[in-house]
Structure formats: C-alpha cells, structure tokens
Design a binder for this molecule. Structure first.
Ligand SMILES: [Zn+2]
Length: 333
C-alpha cells in the first residue's frame, strides 16, 4: 500500500469558510473582539449535525472581518492542502455574502485571491475559485456573484454555483445561469444531497451544471443514473460530510461503491473538512479502509478528479504524470 498523502489529488468541492484551523479561528476572534463558545477554554467546540454546521458557519462569518483574516485563511488552506497531496484545488467561497455583510463588495474576494496567490507561491499547489450563492438568498445577490466571477476571471475565479438548502428551487436563478454560460463562466451546483432526483434534473436542465455537488441521490432513479452516466457529468462525493450531516448512516454504508458500480464519474472531496474533522487524504484513506480499494482504484479516483476539474490541459497532463509516477513507485513509499 502506498502513502495516500503523496498521491497527487485534485480537490473540487471544499468550502473555504469550513477549512479554517481552530487555532486560527480563535486568534482571529480574539483580534476582532468576537466571543467564541468554547468547550473548556482551550479546545474548539465540537460539531455534530446540521444545526451545529449552520452555527459554525455563522461563527466563522462573525469572525472574518479584516482583509488579513481572509488572506490568512486562504494562505493556510494552501499550506494544509499541499501537505496532504492536493496539487490542484477549486475552492468555494461565498464572496458576495461576505461583501454584503461587510459593505465592501470586492474586499473579501480580493483578499482571498491574494492569500491564495501567496499560498501558491509558497507551496506545491495550484488553486482556482468557485463563487457559491445560497438558494435562500436573493437573485440580486446571485447577479452580484456572477459579476464578481466575470471581473475576477483573470485572477482565477472559474465558476459560480448554487448551494444551500436544496428545497429552495433553482428556477428563479435561471437567467443568471444563462448569462454565466454565455460569459464562459463554469457552473457547478449542489444537488442530490438533501433532495432527490428532481433537484439533480433541475441542476442539469435549468442550472446547466457541469458537475454535481454531491449528487449521491441520483441512485434513487435508474433513468437519471443512465442520463448522468451517458453525459459523463462528474459527481463531487463527500462521504464524511454526508455522514456528519446525516445524509449517510456511516462511512462503510456510504453509496460511493454503488455510484462507481453504476459507471458514474466519481470524485472524492471533503466539503466541510474542519467541521467534520476530515481531510482529502483522510477521505482516500477511509475509502481504502471501508471498501478495500487497491492503489490502482484509488489512483483512478484521483485521475477522475483531474479530468473533472476546470484546470488547464497542461495542469491536467502534469497531474496525470504525477499519479502515474506514484503508482510506479514501490509500495511503502
Ligand atoms: Zn458543499
């Protein structure tokens, strides 16, 4: 067995706000005079379930105020990802929401892009940014999200996507999606996590999605499985997040093997790693432990993540070479 921390990987579904190191959150909170609820004074609070997830998000939002806060979490994201073999990441950031909150539309995104640039210069990783928009929020803000994506495309923003509660329909955002598509901005929506096949159909048709954020409930509908397979729409599968938020009963009962068996394109991701206590290398390790996959199958999962990314062709080719080299090395290295 080879070390999965050295397997080159692409990380396609990870929310920057849910990657913040606990000690960083504490330090930023202290600097900004924000009270953090702590278990016993020096350990960070533990999280379980959707309510705790929402509370944590609100807490992180309350802490992130200054440009240096955003720069720091972006730079540390690069460090933490590179250390576990992530060589390419498309990190999701809710730029317009922070911009509205801080009454400074561009600052949070500009600071994140600066932090990512610093991180990419210091560590072996290449990053792009996806701007997400909660379905519960206004169509006006979705337009502002697209506006930011267009203006910062040359700085690494590659896509926009709808996230948040899937029970809210995608239809009100149809014109935004059409405009994004016309402008060459990629589209990646969350669907098929909390809601079933209809949410996936809507993401594909109205939302023009190029990947499915989660998408695991595609399995509820055989016809849809065939469509997603025939169109080779990649799934961003996040097993530990699904378990943590109650969408799968345990890692070993996660439907990932069924998705692969159905011939779907599966990529492995963390979604909210700091909240559910995982990492991308950790997800690959858990897949090995739970399903007994060998190094060739695990490398295939990494290769699927390269191909499903919006990375330039040269980057994809380099990542494939690195994965080949990982497999060519003797096990135990
Ligand atoms: Zn997500």
């Amino acid at each position: 067995m080879r070390d999965l921390a050295t397997l080159p990987k692409a990380h396609l579904h990870v929310h920057l706000e849910s990657t913040v190191r606990p000690e960083t959150l504490r330090e930023i909170a202290a600097a900004n005079g924000v009270d953090l609820p702590m278990d016993d004074g020096d350990t960070p609070p533990t999280f379980a379930g959707f309510r705790a997830f929402a509370d944590h998000n609100a807490l992180v939002r309350a802490c992130l105020l200054r440009p240096e806060d955003f720069r720091r979490i972006a730079r540390e994201f690069c460090a933490d990802e590179a250390a576990q073999g992530t060589r390419y990441a498309e990190v999701t950031f809710t730029a317009a929401s922070h911009g509205d909150r801080l009454k400074h539309p561009e600052m949070p995104l500009e600071a994140v892009l600066e932090g990512l640039a610093e991180g990419q210069a210091a560590y072996d990783i290449e990053c792009r940014v996806i701007l997400d928009h909660s379905r519960r929020r206004s169509v006006d803000r979705a337009w502002r999200t697209l506006d930011l994506a267009r203006r910062y495309a040359s700085h690494g923003v590659v896509a926009i996507g709808l996230a948040g509660e899937e029970t809210y329909p995608l239809a009100p955002f149809a014109a935004v999606m059409d405009a994004a598509s016309d402008a060459g901005v990629h589209l990646v929506h969350h669907a098929g996590e909390a809601c079933g096949p209809e949410s996936i159909r809507e993401a594909i048709t109205t939302g023009r999605t190029q990947r499915l954020g989660h998408g695991i409930r595609v399995l509820d509908d055989d016809e849809l499985v065939a469509e997603v397979r025939d169109r080779a729409i990649p799934l961003e599968v996040c097993p530990t997040s699904n378990v943590g938020l109650g969408f799968a009963s345990s890692f070993s009962e996660h439907p990932l093997p069924l998705l692969l068996k159905a011939g779907l394109v599966v990529t492995l991701n963390t979604d909210i790693p700091a909240i559910v206590g995982t990492s991308l290398a950790g997800e690959y390790e858990q897949v090995r432990d739970a399903f007994g996959y060998d190094d060739h199958l695990l490398a295939d999962l990494a290769r699927a993540s390269f191909d499903a990314s919006f990375a330039p062709a040269e980057t994809k080719a380099r990542l494939h070479e690195q994965a080949d080299a990982w497999l060519a090395a003797a096990p135990g290295h």
